[in-house]
Design a protein around this ligand. Structure first.
Ligand code: FCB
Length: 507
């Protein structure tokens, strides 16, 4: 029988059967069909979700350790470990009035007096510029540390383009000499969020042609101090500088542009590479040892709901912009986001003698109705948060270290910042114990962590949040400038003591 005739007969049969159905039978048939559509839709969504997981992989190492069975005191750090605290010039020195943050605090970039919480200004901050001797003596006597990470304020050294202030140069010589006198190794950061206003006026890191100014400043500083300083951090957290300065707009230059943010990402990464190469050349010329590295903020990001494709896409995008691009660039020599970034420089591979890991928090990403639509959301019960609502998640520092070690295998890692804002000092001790345990575990598991810098020596000016966040091992009385050691610093001090005993290190 020809095919067409066969089909016609079949159709007639179906119609006949359908007409013969009574109402009840018809209803049940429809219900079955409805069920089938639901089942079919579920299968399609599930398949899409699985597909999304492949297209948008997110971290699948969400550790949650059972702290009740862990002995956090069971740590063994290597003999040559660096123990220190960290600060940044603008946050502690006081009277920095030639950089773009001063402008921002005073309403620049936005024409608003609300750039800083509670209308505060960094002002005299902790007056560390004048009180550094006392501060170094506290580090030595109370904390027993063997290193200190601080930044050299570019706008003090080069207040106007090409003009160097030799008094400022002498000041940092004095700081470094004081540290060395106390057997404290200086770790110097060249750019910690601030830059001279003249550099910002040129468009800062928005333009490749401005990199040369940063290279010149870095070379100048390196020539001045490299006989006394071995460890150099080029740029502190370009990812935070960019996300806050160019996406959320809460840091200067207070812009909101993903396109500019991604351009600045390429310029800052390129700046790091050029500074690295330039300083390595000078190291050879001056015959000095140097270890030079970038410092990145390695907050861990997870989807709110791991099985929700939208949350996965948001997390994937957030991770890519804030961390992935940098790790790609320094491991493969290129970074790529379709239609947005395509930048390569093979010189980037090997342009770090160590990698600086700053770690504070864990963020959950998911779809919200906010603009931008990607927002970190705290939606987990029984988790602890610091005074800034950052989730405290010590397992995350292990993940951050593990991620760097996986991407840049064997490259020495220094935890260049870690701590928590805790004005009541109620959580600090518990979390230092846990953070230090997690860092030690990373070492035991094969990650080459060479040092740990607690953030921060004392409470200080926390950028757009002003003075309310209290990160200090020392509590600051901003009226009297008195520093008081917090009891929450105890685990940090005790761990250093234990390490000294184990390694027979005398004070
Ligand atoms: C980091 C910054 C540091 C300090 C801490 C709390 O992102 O590098 O200056 O503000 O956060």
């Amino acid at each position: 029988m020809p095919m067409a005739t066969h089909m016609r007969k079949m159709k007639k049969k179906v119609i006949k059967k359908f007409k013969a159905l009574n109402k009840i039978q018809l209803r049940s048939l429809c219900a079955n069909k409805f069920k089938m559509i639901i089942v079919f839709t579920c299968i399609v969504v599930a398949l899409l979700a699985v597909l999304m997981c492949f297209i948008f992989p997110v971290s699948d190492v969400t550790y949650f350790w059972n702290w009740s069975v862990i002995n956090v005191k069971e740590t063994h750090f290597p003999r040559d470990f660096l123990w220190g605290t960290a600060t940044a010039a603008h946050q502690v020195e006081g009277d920095n009035d030639k950089n773009q943050w001063f402008t921002f605090e005073n309403g620049g970039f936005t024409n608003s007096d609300k750039n800083i919480a509670n209308y505060e200004r960094s002002g005299i901050a902790c007056n560390h510029y004048n009180l550094y001797r006392e501060d170094i003596s506290m580090m030595k006597k109370d904390l027993g540390v063997n290193s200190y990470r601080f930044s050299i304020e570019w706008s003090r050294i080069e207040p106007s383009k090409g003009n160097y202030d030799m008094n400022a140069v002498q000041h940092y010589h004095d700081v470094i000499d004081e540290l060395l006198k106390n057997d404290i190794k200086p770790l110097v950061t060249l750019h910690h969020f601030t830059e001279p206003q003249w550099f910002a006026d040129l468009g800062g890191f928005e333009h490749f042609e401005n990199i040369e100014h940063f290279v010149k400043f870095s070379e100048f500083v390196f020539r001045a101090y490299s006989k006394k300083v071995e460890i150099w951090c080029t740029i502190n957290e370009p990812n935070v500088y960019i996300v806050e300065g160019y996406i959320s707009g809460s840091f200067p230059p207070a812009k909101h542009s993903i396109v500019t943010a991604l351009k600045v990402t390429t310029v800052m990464c390129e700046a790091h590479v050029r500074v690295y190469r330039a300083l390595k050349k000078i190291s050879e010329e001056l015959n000095v040892k140097s270890q030079i590295g970038l410092v990145l903020q390695l907050s861990q990001v997870d989807p709110q709901n791991r099985y929700n494709p939208i949350d996965r896409i948001c997390t994937f995008a957030a991770e890519k912009i804030s961390v992935g691009l940098y790790l790609d660039f320094f491991s493969k020599g290129s970074m790529y986001v379709p239609f947005l970034v395509n930048y390569a420089n093979t010189d980037a591979v090997g342009a770090n003698d160590f990698f600086g890991v700053n770690y504070y928090r864990n963020d959950f990403f998911g779809m919200t109705l906010d603009i931008p639509p990607i927002k970190s959301v705290k939606d987990y019960k029984n988790r602890e948060y610091n005074d800034m609502d950052w989730e405290i998640y010590p397992e995350g520092i292990y993940r951050a270290i593990e991620l760097v070690n996986k991407t840049l295998p064997g490259l020495p890692i220094i935890v260049t910042e870690n701590g928590l804002a805790d004005a009541k000092d109620a959580k600090r001790a518990k979390f230092f114990d846990r953070y230090l345990y997690a860092v030690n575990k990373a070492i035991q598991d094969g990650c080459p962590v060479k040092g740990y810098m607690a953030w921060s020596l004392m409470d200080n000016f926390e950028w757009a949040s002003g003075f309310y966040p209290r990160f200090g091992l020392y509590k600051m009385n901003y009226k009297t400038m008195k520093r008081t050691l917090r009891s929450g610093a105890k685990p940090f001090i005790e761990t250093i003591k234990k390490w000294k005993v184990e390694n027979n290190i005398k004070d």
